[in-house]
Design a protein around this ligand. Structure first.
Ligand code: GLS
Length: 833
């Protein structure tokens, strides 16, 4: 059944003008681009709301098992283009707007990013939501509605500065505030034992209550009417609070203190990989978990009265340890509020949760000091102790009195600061635990959670990450999208991405290659225009666009990239004219944010800008080499950068990247990778090519598959030995020379950069020295391949053709089948013919 709203251009025009007049409150005879965008967004939202109502009613009627995806971060980026494409009405809107004198693309540029997350983990959540909707799964996302998203990065004099991202300044047309969906969330206070109906039970008397109010964000599926919901919670003052303060007449202070409630959800923590044991962060975690669990339990109780059925109707996904208090919260509700017997409650809890780990090293796992937890959530601490007591007793029966192992596996860490190990809690209480790539999952089994794996091997799974082709091809690269549909003879690949392998057949077709190169050129032009507007640097479209964009981290080795660029610059400077004529011109692009407190990462950004300043102003080098740092890299910038890249770099020291998802987006866009064998790159190699870069071979099905990446560096198993050996004897001459140039002040700020050079020449923990030689070789292989445009294009086509396995559709299907036990529940609609 279709909805009320019509999608022909005339109806769309009427709707847009209606929203100009009554929602934006501007005259329908005079409004600017931003106002037109707002009206347009509201008109799209109407359609999303209609579909979301239909979807929810349908789910309610069918009552399937639902999956709830709990994540503290979602990096959604912009919604307009994605929504109209998924709704299948982009062209109709473009027509309607052009008759009103507006261009769809221009209005789309008016939208700001919703940046409620840091990096890979958060963007992954967004991609996975798109797949859940598209694959018709009855799923919900739950998170926090931060008022300040990830900080804006501003570069002044080459240094990073952070500015707040008050993204709600002009309102957010996509969300709907649900004033009737609010829940009280309790903090602090004491726990008293009470007798209820002759039974002992625990009553938590909170010291503070904050109200959580729901904001719903519709997530439309592609090629389906299903539109699911991402529900984000915001804090607001509770009426239950501070009655006394009001009664004592301190009206002003009572109001001011009520205002504090809103602070809980005010700001996203900008560190992507470290826990800090901060009270506000713990408050955020519990706030979102408690509101979400109340909402989920309320929905369950609307249709069911027996909690035995809870695990048949509810699957809870923990996206990293951040939401893991949900485990304890469900125990508390079942035991203290629903008065279930502990064992019965425990039985239920153990059937509910699946847990995804995104960290690689033990130090990256979250721990919460007992003092902090006990003061903020006294009843939860008791419950954790009880869970741990039972677990350790059980464990003793299984493994005996191996105290080392018992203490490693305990949920409570008895160290100088006594803490709760949230990852151990999650592993103990979840029925499945997964890593995010094959190597990462193996690492979990053999190192990080070896003890647990030996105890419960059946719990451990691998779910290699994926990204959505809707956002990363259809929205961000429309020319490629059209080309793919033309050559595959269908648009079906947008829902069934495996069809992309059909391209392999044409990889050597001269016509396809020609069109493919044109598409790349158009995208390079768009990126070049952006670069010039942003930095004033003019870049040549004939150059190889070589990109490394991601958060700045020592282990991601942006420093290695910069050292390689200095080496290239130095080589060019020392060449004669005829040698220079053979150089493959490069535009090196680096972008990414450093956590505000991460000094080394900030130094790397400064070095990049200092080197860029020198190279870009050296007329002697001209178009042979340019270096650009792109400030404030975010999702909407990624949509410009990724389609325009020829080569992308993924340089993490082997064993440090759990998965990496940027590489998958570049791959889909026909970009070749220069990478270490780490995280998901290992699987990309398995899927589309091997180590000896540039070589082609015949597979038995007579498809010509090329080696598509330029791989280099130590492999995971070699890293410990190399670290052991130390750096002294492995400093290659070229590396020493490059470091010398920095130390001698060729790029200025020599004092400031000494410590960066020391880190390479000193203990070289991230193995820049030992990988430097093979890095340069891989770079040379990339140059050589780029010099042969036909071959490069063939490799580019094969990259896209092989990218299907890295779609989040595959990942989500895997979660649905192997972790959540849910089935698609598709609203019957016009899409079904
Ligand atoms: C991360 C990992 O560092 C990435 O390798 C991974 O791709 C991502 C999604 O699984 O998760 N973990 C993390 O804390 N931030 C990440 O980006």
């Amino acid at each position: 059944m279709d909805g009320f709203l019509k999608n022909d251009p005339i109806s769309l025009q009427k709707d847009i003008l209606y929203h100009v007049e009554y929602t934006v409150a501007r005259s329908r005879f005079s409004f600017d681009d931003f106002e037109a965008y707002q009206a347009l967004a509201h008109s799209v939202r109407d359609r999303l709301i209609e579909r979301s109502h239909d979807t929810q009613l349908y789910f309610k009627r069918k009552d399937p098992k639902r999956a709830y995806f709990l994540s503290l971060e979602f990096l959604m980026g912009r919604s307009l283009s994605n929504s109209v494409i998924n709704l299948g009405i982009r062209d109709q809107y473009a027509d309607a707007l052009s008759q009103l004198g507006f261009e769809f693309e221009v209005l789309a540029e008016q939208e700001g990013d919703a940046a409620l997350g840091n990096g890979g983990l958060a963007r992954l959540s967004a991609c996975q939501m798109d797949s859940m909707a598209t694959l018709d799964y009855p799923a919900w996302g739950y998170g926090l509605r931060y008022q300040y998203g990830l900080f804006r990065q501003v570069i002044l004099d080459g240094f990073q500065h952070e500015q707040p991202d008050f993204w709600l300044n002009f309102g957010n047309p996509w969300e709907t505030e649900r004033v009737h969906v609010t829940y009280p969330v309790k903090f602090y206070g004491t726990v008293e034992e009470e007798i209820l109906n002759g039974q002992k039970c625990n009553a938590w008397n909170p010291g503070e209550v904050v109200e959580a109010v729901a904001y719903d964000n519709p997530i439309p599926g592609y090629g389906t009417r299903n539109t699911i919901t991402l529900r984000l919670w915001a804090g607001k003052p509770s009426d239950q609070r501070d009655m006394e303060a009001f009664n004592t007449g301190d009206y002003i202070n009572a109001v001011v203190s009520r205002q504090k409630a809103e602070n809980i959800s005010s700001v996203l923590y900008p560190d992507d990989r470290s826990y800090q044991g901060k009270e506000l962060r713990l408050k955020q975690q519990y706030f979102f978990v408690s509101a979400s669990m109340q909402d989920i339990i309320r929905r369950f109780k609307d249709a069911h009265s027996n909690f035995d059925e809870f695990p048949e109707k509810v699957a809870l996904q923990l996206n990293d340890t951040h939401p893991s208090l949900a485990i304890v919260e469900v125990m508390r509700v079942l035991v203290d509020e629903e008065h279930l017997d502990w064992n019965k409650a425990w039985d239920i809890v153990c059937k509910l949760f699946s847990f995804t780990i995104h960290a690689v090293i033990a130090e990256g796992l979250e721990k919460i000091p007992v003092d902090l937890l006990g003061s903020l959530l006294p009843r939860h601490l008791q419950i954790i102790y009880d869970i741990n007591f039972n677990f350790v007793e059980e464990l003793k029966k299984r493994i005996g009195l191996d105290y080392d192992r018992l203490s490693r596996m305990s949920i409570v860490e008895e160290a100088a600061v006594k803490s709760i190990r949230m990852a151990n809690l999650s592993v103990v209480c979840s029925h499945t635990v997964n890593g995010v790539s094959k190597v990462h999952s193996e690492l979990l089994r053999t190192k990080l959670f070896k003890d647990f794996y030996e105890l419960w091997p059946e719990k451990f799974q691998c779910k290699t990450n994926g990204v959505t082709q809707r956002r990363w091809i259809v929205v961000s690269n429309p020319s490629l999208c059209a080309l793919l549909s033309k050559w595959l003879g269908t648009e079906a690949w947008i829902r069934n991405v495996d069809l992309l392998t059909g391209l392999r057949e044409y990889a050597e077709d001269a016509d396809l290659q020609q069109e493919w190169m044109m598409v790349k050129k158009v995208n390079k032009m768009r990126l070049a225009e952006y670069i010039e507007a942003m930095s004033g640097v003019k870049v040549s479209l004939d150059a190889m666009f070589d990109v490394q964009t991601k958060r700045i981290h020592e282990y991601k080795r942006q420093l290695l990239n910069i050292l390689g660029i200095i080496h290239r610059y130095d080589c060019i400077k020392n060449m004669d004219k005829s040698q220079r004529s053979k150089v493959v011109p490069r535009v090196c692009i680096i972008g990414g944010k450093a956590a505000p407190g991460y000094e080394v990462a900030k130094k790397i950004i400064k070095l990049c800008n200092a080197v860029a300043e020198k190279i870009n102003n050296d007329t002697d080098v001209g178009d042979l080499l340019k270096l650009v740092f792109i400030p404030d890299y975010n999702v909407s910038l990624a949509e410009v950068v990724i389609p325009g890249a020829d080569l992308s770099q993924h340089l993490s020291t082997a064993g440090h990247e759990a998965s990496g998802t940027g590489s998958m987006k570049f791959l889909m866009n026909g970009c070749l990778l220069l990478a270490t064998e780490d995280g998901s790159t290992v699987e990309i190699i398995e899927e589309i090519g091997g180590r000896e870069s540039g070589k082609c071979y015949l597979r038995d099905n007579s498809l010509r598959i090329c080696f598509l990446q330029f791989l280099f560096g130590a492999k995971i198993h070699e890293v410990p030995e190399l670290r052991e050996k130390g750096p002294a004897h492995k400093l290659p001459l070229q590396c020493a020379r490059v470091l010398g140039l920095i130390r001698d002040g060729h790029f200025g700020f020599e004092d400031y950069f000494q410590s960066l050079c020391d880190s390479v020449e000193g203990d070289d923990f991230y193995l820049l020295c030992s990988d430097f030689g093979s890095y340069l070789e891989a770079q040379a292989a990339a140059d050589k391949a780029f010099a042969d445009p036909k071959k490069w294009t063939q490799m580019s086509i094969l990259s896209t053709a092989g990218s299907g396995r890295f779609s989040s559709d595959r990942t989500i299907r895997d979660y649905a089948e192997k972790s959540w036990g849910i089935e698609p529940c598709r609203f019957p609609s016009e899409f079904d013919g």
